[in-house]
Design a protein around this ligand. Structure first.
Ligand SMILES: [Zn+2]
Length: 286
């Protein structure tokens, strides 16, 4: 997988897997066959599987290497996790993601920071690894940056995801709880983008006059560029998420900066532009 430069920042996707995931209507209540019909010609085959009709989602991280830091944004699903509501993600044993990180020339020990856009199961899994009967940070030398509000909500929920992939980071003393406008430096900073979860953040990158933003799960599928009001059934606050999404798309269409998505199909990266009274996503090929 090719990397790309944002000024002097190198950005590379680290894939866990990609494939047909869920039927549109299982994600968006509004996505009836009739509502999707005008979009099929551009959604298929890249973003929607013509055979199964399912939306195609990658599960991936972004490796960001600035002059000063090696950073991971989100850490996918992970191995050996207890995930009852998605059996195919439970007790995974493949090390594909870790292999892909190493293939990018980066050992886990070299990661300085892990940013989680939010603490859902497919964004914090490789935070930890199961070693000798306990959960340990996969990145022994990293600070893990969590939005304070996101951490508090996850702690209150106390799910197995929190217990397996988040709490061990706190117990190891490697968590750094921050405000949702936290800036690591003048090249990497957070932006509050609530709705999908309580403390969801996007991660902005800038260098030498170029800019990009990793948007996490404030948007899941390019069909939402045409329908920014379509909030997935798994958004915590669908109305707030829709407002956040609309503002994000409008501001990125105006600024023209690169958008690094979590779940848009490969190459996952591109530009938002205005189309009619909504938006469209133009991919930038690897
Ligand atoms: Zn996700």
């Amino acid at each position: 997988m090719q990397g790309r430069m944002i000024g002097d920042i190198a950005v590379r996707r680290i894939m866990e897997y990609e494939g047909p995931f869920l039927a549109p209507n299982d994600v968006f209540a509004e996505a009836t066959a009739e509502a999707l019909a005008p979009h099929r010609h551009w959604l298929e085959p890249r973003a929607m599987c013509p055979e199964s009709g399912k939306l195609i989602f990658p599960f991936q991280s972004y490796l960001v290497q600035t002059k000063h830091h090696s950073i991971l944004i989100d850490t996918c699903i992970g191995c050996s996790k207890t995930i009852p509501h998605r059996p195919q993600w439970s007790n995974r044993t493949d090390q594909t993601w870790l292999h892909n990180l190493r293939a990018a020339g980066v050992q886990p020990e070299a990661i300085d920071y892990v940013f989680c856009t939010h603490l859902h199961v497919d964004h914090c899994g490789w935070n930890t690894s199961f070693v000798d009967g306990r959960w340990l940070p996969t990145f022994p030398n990293a600070k893990y940056v969590f939005a304070r509000t996101e951490y508090a909500a996850a702690e209150a929920g106390n799910s197995t995801v929190f217990q397996e992939s988040v709490l061990p980071i706190m117990e190891a003393g490697q968590a750094q709880l921050v405000d949702t406008d936290f800036a690591l430096d003048d090249q990497v900073w957070l932006q509050s983008t609530p709705g999908h979860t309580a403390g969801h953040v996007a991660v902005n990158l800038a260098s030498n006059g170029q800019a990009a933003v990793m948007c996490g799960d404030l948007i899941h599928s390019p069909v939402q560029c045409a329908h920014p009001d379509w909030s997935p059934k798994f958004d915590l606050e669908p109305d707030l998420a829709a407002r956040t999404r609309q503002q994000f798309l409008a501001s990125n269409a105006e600024r023209g900066q690169l958008v690094l998505t979590a779940h848009f199909p490969s190459p996952s990266i591109g530009h938002v532009r205005v189309e009619g009274d909504a938006f469209h996503f133009d991919y930038v090929e690897d």
